[in-house]
Ligand binder design. Sequence first.
Ligand code: ATP
Ligand code: MG
Length: 140
Amino acid sequence: MAVERTLSIIKPDATRRNLTGKIVAKFEDAGLRIVASRRIRLSKGQAEAFYGVHRERPFFKSLVEFMTSGPVVVQVLEGENAIAKNREVMGATNPANAAPGTIRKDFAESIEANSVHGSDAAETAANEIHFFFSDLDIHS
Ligand code: ATP
Ligand code: MG
């Protein structure tokens, strides 16, 4: 295993319900280190660009509206096998299918308002991290 970095977003449904700390605790309990963190409000253009791979999906417009509906917390998580480990801690996209103890099982409201985003592979992680952060913002 290697030390990796991955991008996490705590989504508007979670910031609205004041769940940032509870979600961060799950990352830290799993051995993931928060090496960069910023609370921001995504613009429509930023949300459309970030979710560009989903542009043709039927839920795209609604997803962009949701992701711009309130503040989000963008973070870089670091640790052994961080990309897969984060996705394990997040749980399945649809909270109805998420395993017990995962963030989405405990906190998600719906398949769309599912509390967190996490990069899904090494290349997307690198691109997504640099979408929000410069190397100078990241401190291990
Ligand atoms: P993320 O990319 O946010 O980490 P994911 O990789 O589990 O989640 P994707 O398939 O990449 O899921 O979808 C991106 C996001 O789009 C989901 O997290 C969710 O917010 C939304 N989404 C996915 N599928 C649906 C759907 N069928 N209906 C509504 N929203 C959806
Ligand atoms: Mg995804």
